[in-house]
Design a protein. Structure first.
Length: 83
């Protein structure tokens, strides 16, 4: 199993979104734009931390979990796969 970069700079309440496919930059830009849109009746600010590093390309679920397991405040990780 290879090591992927550590997750740094994520605020405690930010959702973590990891890009794992770098074949279609426009698709990634579309995903990040959609996830940063304000939400809810009061238009709450989206709190999202994106891991946009080609070193994550092709990362498996196990590799991602190993990379983020030290973050005690992290409850969920979203891996973005493009098809």
């Amino acid at each position: 199993m290879r090591a992927v970069p550590a997750v740094i700079g994520r605020d405690e309440f930010d959702v973590l979104v990891v890009g794992t496919d770098y074949h279609d930059d426009q698709a990634w830009q579309d995903v990040t734009a959609a996830l940063t849109e304000p939400w809810g009746d009061r238009q709450y600010e989206a709190r999202v931390h994106f891991m946009d590093d080609p070193a994550w390309a092709g990362a498996t679920i196990d590799e991602a979990l190993n990379a983020v397991c030290a973050d005690e405040n992290l409850a969920v990780v979203f891996l973005v796969l493009q098809s």
